[in-house]
Design a protein around this ligand. Sequence first.
Ligand SMILES: [Mn+2]
Length: 325
Amino acid sequence: MRNPKFAAGVWFLGATGDRFVKSGYREDRTMEERFRLAASIEGISGLEMHYPTEVTDDNMHTLKSLADDLNLKIVQFCPHLWVDPKWKYGQFTNPDPKLRRQALDLAKRTMDIAQFMEAEIMVYWPAQDGYDYPFQIDHRRRLDDLVEGLAEWADHNPQQKIVVEYKAFEPRTHILLPTIGHCMTVINEINRPNLGINIDMGHAFIMKENLAESIALCCRYGKLFHTHWNDNWKLFDDDLIVGTVNLWETLEALFWLEEWGYDGWFGFDLFPYREDPDKAIEESIRNIRFGYEMIERVDRDELRGCFQSSDAIRVTQLMRQMLGG
Ligand SMILES: [Mn+2]
């Protein structure tokens, strides 16, 4: 797999604000401008987006035609539940059954539109499903709701692939299903062929997961349907350019994805506040491609031989060889 399929999230192609510069560090772009910007990036052949915020009932036909004209596949299509304050206490796990039902209805409607958009994957990010304080939620009940909600959504259209994207915190201090282990347990319990996982590399990093190990658990059960790429300092979801901080873990992930035969998308979930988003994507693509070149500098069978001998000294030498040493 020397030519991965790369997709860009449209949410960071416009203005990206933080809580200090709320309106963002650059001018915003319309959705049409974001589509065209993505299409101008060498290597990008897919887009990721949300309904009903980025894609709306009014613009969906126009945007689908534009994507077709630009030769861009709609990869990820996601119900944007966490941006509506009415779900501040939970989406599929809201303690109010009416709000829970509304969240599921929006997810199902998004799934219906995903058919029209010919989207490959739908994402469920629990986001507001979680808590901020001890004793704030009924842990037994909220987990029931999450399992039942995901199962009901998956059964709404068994032909449509869904992935759960785990992340431990932000916006809540604790989001449900914070790790690959939590996620796999629930996915295997629900046990639907169309329900899998999206590993966001940065979300794994903030829980000190080693990517290769998380990938192994997910691929063991055939549940790695999608990947999100970025980097961070393992304290917060910084969404930096791929491979800039945790280079070795990223290289090992690239190696193991190839070993597992992963043929899914590489989606960029970056959040460059100050950098041009197209440049941040271009650098991420270059780093991933260069990562493969680095891995290629070492004989694959010799590397596999190290797994047998567990010879860390030889591994160190091979790692230096990857760096050109
Ligand atoms: Mn992500």
